[in-house]
Design a protein around this ligand. Structure first.
Ligand SMILES: [Zn+2]
Length: 280
């Protein structure tokens, strides 16, 4: 079993199982289709329930592959955060995704672009992306391999060509990767960890009641498909406006009870102090 490695020396081992399952905080993906537009048409399966009633088959209502956006949206909307792992399949096996530095940059920009398309846009400090190398059994000196990966990184700040996003068509960086592989260059595999950070609620004080109280509630984000997803255990659910209203009411009630309890406690203390003074 692969252990979750320390921050300074992280790596996964190819074809091993990870020590955690898909759950409320973890989502595995064997692909890198970030937004809905990046799902290839072959991923849209016919819907069997519609085939029964019509000779025309619906290719849009059931997808064999879910884009990464749904999981990210759900982690944001539940407020507790979570991580999507690209390159780990549903069975928890590390398979990695072979990526050039250009393709890594593409994924980073892709996620940034997606977050600007949510409503409201997601602040950049809520998302962190990490490319964790995958080690194959053929690699005997892991430290040397990781060092070499670091040294070989290409600086792409001054990259001339813009990456092509919001489509399932290949970008120039994908063609570039194909050319490298056709010249027998082996591309390093990675697990891409896209982490949604937990929404940090500031400490609640009585003094702040009535001022800027919205900062205590995490926003609900609409995805690029105008949907609001929520995480329930290992699944992603699309919630209706009524369900979101009910969640918001619950949270408002919890928040207000905290303030009310604090005020009642203060009132009791003041009464006790007053009673003591009266006796004296
Ligand atoms: Zn690209």
């Amino acid at each position: 079993m692969t252990e979750y490695k320390p921050e300074n020396f992280p790596f996964y081992i190819m074809f091993e199982s990870v020590t955690f399952d898909e759950d409320y905080h973890h989502e595995f993906k064997g692909h890198r289709s970030i937004s809905v537009e990046e799902l290839p048409p072959s991923c849209h399966r016919p819907n069997p329930s519609k085939q029964h009633f019509s000779s025309k088959v619906s290719f849009v209502s059931r997808q064999s592959r879910q884009c990464v956006s749904k999981a990210l949206n759900a982690f944001l909307n539940t407020g507790d955060g979570g991580c999507v792992y690209l390159g780990i399949t549903d069975d928890g096996i590390v398979r990695g995704i072979q990526l050039t530095d250009f393709q890594q940059h593409h994924i980073e920009l892709n996620v940034v672009d997606l977050m600007t398309r949510y409503s409201p846009p997601v602040p950049s400090d809520r998302i962190k992306i990490r490319f964790v190398p995958v080690i194959t059994k053929a690699i005997t000196n892991v430290t040397a391999y990781l060092e070499k990966l670091k040294q070989n990184r290409i600086e792409h700040e001054f990259n001339m060509k813009p990456h092509i996003m919001r489509t399932y068509d290949m970008c120039w960086c994908d063609y570039d990767a194909d050319i490298r592989m056709s010249h027998n260059k082996i591309l390093a595999p990675y697990v891409v960890e896209i982490q949604v950070l937990k929404f940090e609620v500031p400490p609640v004080t009585v003094e702040t009641i009535g001022y800027d109280y919205l900062k205590y509630f995490y926003p609900i984000y609409e995805s690029e498909e105008d949907n609001c997803h929520f995480r329930r255990e290992a699944s992603v659910n699309n919630f209706s406006k009524q369900e979101i209203y009910a969640i918001s009411m619950d949270e408002t009630e919890t928040f207000c009870s905290k303030i009310i309890n604090k005020l009642l406690k203060e009132k009791k203390q003041l009464q006790e102090e007053n009673n003591t003074k009266m006796i004296l």
